[in-house]
Ligand binder design. Structure first.
Ligand code: SAH
Ligand code: SF4
Length: 387
């Protein structure tokens, strides 16, 4: 989701006349689009901003800028922006922690960045925009794409699930589905530009429900299943898939639609997070391990597709017995691949109030055990599919 946002932002800036560069040395403006999901991602950004500070010394600040005749002033200090989820999470604290940062913009205000950069140049002061909890305009209007053969298309933003460990609803706001006409328009123009393979994106794609922009009869609402059927009919599109699905919004009806949509890849990313019902309850996930595994059986029976997952180890109070249940679930299901994360407490979340009581060494050990197990499973699966 963040890389698609970065791409859309780069497109907006390009359309306003900015020139894109991959080299921080030659850039006048450096923007960090950030993720707050795990502590580790944030730590990397803080250290990178420190490194960039050396390229952009503060003593230059805004004092020595020369204004070129007839043009936008060219800054002698690089403008440094920290945008996206960390901006929403830390707001003006960022200016105190990193005085070198000029611009702080939350994920739902990214569309204002070109204007805000102009404001910094004009007023020579730091600027912050973190107020909006839902995007009001279509942020994905630019047709700029980094890849030639594949494109991401955002179908919904934010999330209303409030899993107890997760910061997303607090930094990206509640679930908001883009109008289906807007999505279809973006897909058609992407296909016309020559890209025939797309991935639909959302924090919880299968909770998609377009209610806003249609006559107010629920029978006119477009849900996720209807949306994928419409996308399957887009002329010229060759293949598509979607991430991420939540088990509680996943049903037999979806699997049947997946089977019937000819262009839809038979693959499902369905995070389970834990194999212990006690931990799943504490995580506020809304299903049991048995319900999850029944869902997977049904999915495989109907689509014969691939399945991948996310797992968190070391959630507060996770005992050896809970961990063993996760291990057993992984052995039983044999995912095609799995992302394993070590729990880190996140601000604003319910789990932040629980003691982070699994020692880092233990988290690392559990992380390694699951990684090794998954490696073995993936390897065996590859060998079987070759045979
Ligand atoms: N919306 C998606 C993705 C959320 S973030 C979903 O619900 O699946 C991607 C993954 O990061 C999550 O699935 C979870 O496994 C992990 N994650 C989220 N918060 C975390 C935290 N506080 N500590 C460790 N891992 C976390
Ligand atoms: Fe976070 Fe849960 Fe929403 Fe995924 S479903 S974004 S883990 S709150």
């Amino acid at each position: 989701m963040n890389s698609r946002d970065s791409e859309a932002l780069a497109g907006l800036l390009r359309d306003k006349g900015f020139i894109l560069t991959d080299s921080p040395d030659s850039a006048d403006v450096i923007l960090f689009n950030t993720c707050s999901v795990r502590q580790h991602a944030e730590d990397k950004v803080w250290s990178e901003i420190g490194r960039i500070a050396k390229l952009s010394p503060l003593d230059f600040a805004y004092k020595t800028r020369k204004i070129k005749a007839g043009g936008t002033p060219r800054p002698t200090k690089k403008i440094v922006g920290l945008v996206g989820c960390m901006a929403q999470n830390y707001k003006d604290e960022i200016f105190k922690r990193c005085p070198n940062v000029d611009l702080v913009v939350g994920p739902n205000d990214l569309i204002s960045i070109p204007l805000l950069i102009e404001a910094i140049l004009r007023e020579r002061s730091q600027v912050i925009a973190v107020g909006t909890m839902e995007r009001e305009q279509d942020f994905y209007i630019s047709n700029f794409r980094r890849e030639k053969d594949h494109a991401y298309v955002v179908i919904s933003e934010g999330c209303s699930n409030f899993c107890s460990y997760c910061v997303v609803p607090f930094v990206r706001g509640r679930l908001h589905s883009r109008p289906h006409q807007e999505i279809l328009k973006e897909i058609k123009s992407t296909v016309n530009s020559g890209i025939k393979d797309i991935t639909l994106l959302g924090q919880n794609v299968n909770a998609y429900l377009d209610t806003d922009h249609l006559p107010d009869k629920p029978s006119n609402y477009v849900n996720f299943i209807e949306l994928i059927k419409k996308i399957d009919e887009v002329e010229g599109l060759k293949s598509f898939d979607f991430v991420t699905s939540h088990p509680k919004d996943t049903s037999q009806e979806l699997f049947l639609a997946m089977r019937d949509c000819k262009k839809l890849k038979k693959q499902l990313h369905l995070p389970v997070q834990s194999g212990s019902d006690r931990i799943l309850k504490l995580m506020n996930r809304g299903y049991t391990a048995k319900q999850y595994s029944e869902l997977v059986k049904e999915y495989r029976k109907i689509t014969n597709g691939r399945i991948t997952t996310d797992i968190i180890v070391g959630f507060p109070t996770e005992a050896q017995g809970d961990f063993n249940q996760t291990l057993n679930l992984m052995k039983e299901i044999e995912f095609n691949s799995a992302y394993i994360f070590k729990y880190s407490p996140r601000p604003h979340t319910e789990a932040e109030n629980l003691k982070d009581d699994v020692a880092l060494k233990e988290k690392e050990l559990r992380h390694k055990i699951l990684l090794d197990l998954q490696k073995e499973i993936s390897q065996n699966k590859k060998c079987t599919s070759i045979l």
